[in-house]
Design a protein around this ligand. Structure first.
Ligand code: NIG
Ligand code: FE
Length: 420
């Protein structure tokens, strides 16, 4: 019989219990269990409570006694990444810093198309290895659930290769990988027909395979002047929705339009939103579409942040994700980026913690993670501090000392064997 495990004592355990899905949060709303223990069985949390009491009640459990001060937070959920890619775009980055714009570089043959070329040149196994390595780096930083988009293949065969690579990568990491098909990232330069023809080809040739082989349940699209217009993308997304796929949209990054498509079609999330104005914000706030801020793209491109404060104040569900990709967001560090977004947008600690945990999970349609309460997955991080406020104060430099995923310790800073 598998034994229960009891971990503690934990100086402050933040359950994130009772926090609403929508809207602004005050730090006073954070439930903090002090001198806490966490009891887990298999992959779930059985109970969170006082360490001494739990130790008496569950004396037969396998005890993991901690020395020193720790703060426990739910495992982070990064609900938007493009971390399955080949090569890099350091050249684009230096050109941007020398004054060229993202769109100019894309028009001159750099940008997304460059990564498409570099990704197409790698085989499935190599892409799976790269993706698993990326996932393991994130896991060691406390990210226990990671969404991974395709989108650097942009043909039926190449998109399939990438989505299969993501599936293969899942066996090389303990983090949960959630794949999303972003075949509508760009109309391929080597496509002979119209953008509408390309989207039809993807919907008719790729969607059925994704469903038949259970490869992924989510469809994404880049709605932007340089990619697909709202008019071009709507029939494609409607087809996906009719087939039962969940939708998520790259929306309002440089120009508006995408978030309104997302709301109209009931998408799970609208991501980016740097260009969103009052009309877009109000529409998102009236909907159940999660607004996902991607500060990594703002930092990578040197552009303004999504209006996170306004979105929260008006009642939106705000999640924060890294957008890790080789072009606009090469850093791939959720905690650092969320900490920086907090200083610029004036987000409370509770809003940031919610945005990188259960609100990020909501963007993926997941309700079984992101809080430390009975029945949730036992995905949690132990940060080496006695005060939860230190975590954002250190702006991402404080990493978890221990990372637990589904009831097992996957990373321990004291033991290099768990590292990558
Ligand atoms: O989310 N905006 C579109 N897609 C990515 C960037 C991809 C790239 O530059 O390679 C993003 O920022
Ligand atoms: Fe993105």
């Amino acid at each position: 019989m598998l034994m229960k495990k009891l971990i503690g004592p934990i100086r402050q355990l933040l359950t994130l219990d009772q926090l609403p899905l929508k809207g602004a949060l005050r730090d006073k709303q954070l439930e903090i269990v002090t001198q806490a223990g966490i009891l887990v069985e298999r992959e779930r949390i059985v109970k969170v409570g006082n360490w001494i009491e739990l130790k008496q009640e569950y004396a037969e459990a396998e005890i993991h006694e901690l020395e020193g001060d720790y703060v426990a937070l739910p495992g982070m959920v990064d609900c938007h990444t493009h971390m399955c890619f080949g090569g890099n775009r350091a050249r684009d980055f230096s050109l941007r810093n020398a004054g060229r714009t993202y769109l100019e570089i894309a028009q001159a043959g750099g940008g997304i198309w460059d990564t498409v070329t570099q990704t197409r040149s790698l085989d499935q196994e190599m892409l799976a290895t790269i993706t698993a390595n990326h996932a393991n780096r994130l896991l060691s930083e406390g990210v226990t659930t990671i969404e991974v988009k395709s989108g650097y293949g942009i043909s039926v065969a190449e998109e399939l290769k990438i989505i299969r690579a993501i599936q293969l990568a899942a066996s090389g990491t303990a983090a949960d990988l959630i794949s999303t098909c972003l075949a509508a990232h760009l109309c391929p330069k080597d496509w002979k027909g119209s953008p509408a023809d390309y989207l039809n080809e993807i919907a008719s040739q790729l969607f059925p395979v994704l469903q038949r082989e259970k490869l992924c349940t989510r469809i994404d699209a880049f709605v932007e002047k340089s990619a697909f217009s709202p008019e071009e993308i709507t029939p494609y997304l409607k087809k996906a929705r009719e087939l039962g796929f969940d939708l998520t949209i790259h929306a309002d990054q440089f120009s508006c339009g995408g978030s309104q498509v997302a709301v109209a079609l009931g998408a799970r999330s609208a991501d980016h939103l740097e260009a969103s104005g009052d009309v877009e914000i109000q529409a998102l706030c009236r909907s159940n579409t999660v607004a996902v801020a991607l500060p990594g793209a703002s930092i990578g491109l040197g552009m303004g942040f999504a209006p996170a404060r306004k979105l929260l104040d008006q009642g939106a569900i705000l999640a924060i994700a890294s957008d890790w990709n080789p072009g606009s967001a090469p850093m791939g560090d959720l905690l650092t980026q969320a900490s920086i977004l907090a200083t610029f947008e004036k987000l409370t600690t509770a809003e940031v913690f919610a945005g990188i945990t259960f609100r990020g999970a909501a963007a993926l349609g997941l309700t079984d993670r992101g809080k430390l309460t009975t029945g949730q997955l036992s995905d949690f991080n132990l940060f080496p501090t006695a005060d939860y406020r230190d975590i954002l104060y250190q702006q991402g430099k404080m990493k978890p000392a221990m990372v637990w995923k589904k009831g097992s310790m996957k990373y321990d800073v004291r033991d290099t064997k768990y590292g990558i």
